[in-house]
Design a protein. Structure first.
Length: 347
């Protein structure tokens, strides 16, 4: 199995491909108005601290010569469609995560002598030859490790974690690289002496529950390199969600609205492959500085940014002056007759 990531900054990569004058300058995709936020940025911009979901005005302060361009979603979707077609040449077991990321299971593949490493190299070559874009890949025995590995040699490389190398790789892995551990949780774990997965492996779930609550079981398993989730190739989604753990707690509703603006654009991207689904509700999730959280939902038949903003107002009223450490958006789908139902897997 491997995780295949077509550049985390894919929008910027497409813009640099189509407009050569952008190739060697700090570039971001998003709005440039006083309340606009960025969808993504290229690696030159990131060297100045420019990040996705950052207000454009702050990005300009960090990098005065930053070039901000408006996104071309139709081009990005077409590019993603072409990449998915390339994937399908090698396996039918594909779990798309977004326009720029997917899991592939090549366990039974016969091409390239059945080697996942060689298949990943071939797919990356196909993407470059046909689309003039680079991609990174992580090859590992399970989804968690494959995702981590895909970050190791980006933007144009791959990392292989064979079964016999799992223990050594995981032991030295920083906890901040584990999905679900944001800056605040990482700091909290640090205060209790947990820095790497090796530290967690020497602990126990009950002790971890006192620090990170319900996340303890997942953290303990991942720190041992265990992830039993299967590829979700044909399951029927009940919902679609996107969220972000913030580097610093937010202290106002206006700041949360800026984050929602950025998340909304990403949610539309994730919604595109499910355009045939009937939307029945929308929701906003906030997690507070004390790790308590709230969700506000309402019936809706389409994905509306204005409605998310309205729901945010009600959710934020429950903050009681607590900082906001996580913001999330959700969509609920109606069941479609004749399609497979959502499958659940336990770790």
């Amino acid at each position: 199995m491997f995780n295949f990531r077509f550049l985390k900054s894919k929008y910027a990569a497409v813009e640099m491909r189509d407009f050569p004058e952008y190739q060697n300058i700090p570039l971001a995709v998003g709005g440039d108005g006083p309340r606009s936020v960025l969808c993504t940025s290229n690696y030159q911009a990131r060297q100045f601290g420019v990040r996705a979901a950052m207000p454009a005005i702050k990005a300009k302060q960090l990098c005065p010569h930053l070039k901000i361009v408006h996104g071309r979603m139709d081009v990005y979707k077409e590019t993603s469609k072409h990449i998915r077609e390339i994937f399908s040449r090698y396996t039918d077991l594909i779990e798309p995560l977004s326009l720029d990321e997917a899991y592939l299971d090549v366990t039974d593949a016969t091409m390239c002598q059945g080697s996942a490493t060689l298949i990943a190299e071939k797919i990356r070559a196909d993407i470059f030859n046909e689309l003039k874009l680079t991609a990174s890949a992580g090859i590992a025995p399970n989804k968690f490790l494959a995702k981590i590995a895909s970050d190791e040699n980006k933007p144009n490389g791959q990392c292989v974690i064979t079964p016999d190398k799992v223990a050594g790789f995981v032991e030295q892995l920083s906890l901040k690289k584990i999905p679900g551990i944001g800056p605040k949780t990482f700091e909290k774990l640090n205060r209790h002496g947990y820095v790497t997965c090796a530290d967690v492996r020497q602990s126990d779930i009950r002790t971890l529950q006192n620090i990170v609550g319900k996340f303890a079981n997942s953290l303990y398993l991942k720190s041992h390199g265990v992830d039993n989730r299967a590829l979700e190739v044909s399951r029927q989604r009940k919902s679609l969600a996107i969220e972000t753990t913030l580097a610093q707690d937010l202290s106002s509703q206006d700041e949360c609205e800026l984050v929602i603006e950025s998340l909304y654009q990403k949610l539309l991207t994730r919604l595109a492959p499910h355009s045939n689904r009937e939307i029945i509700k929308q929701g906003v999730k906030l997690k507070f500085a004390d790790f308590n959280q709230t969700t506000v939902e309402t019936q809706s038949n389409e994905c509306q940014q204005a409605l998310f903003t309205s729901l945010l107002s009600k959710a934020y009223s429950r903050s009681n002056q607590r900082g906001i450490r996580l913001v999330g958006l959700t969509l609920g789908f109606a069941d479609n007759p004749g399609e497979s139902q959502q499958m659940s897997f336990s770790l």
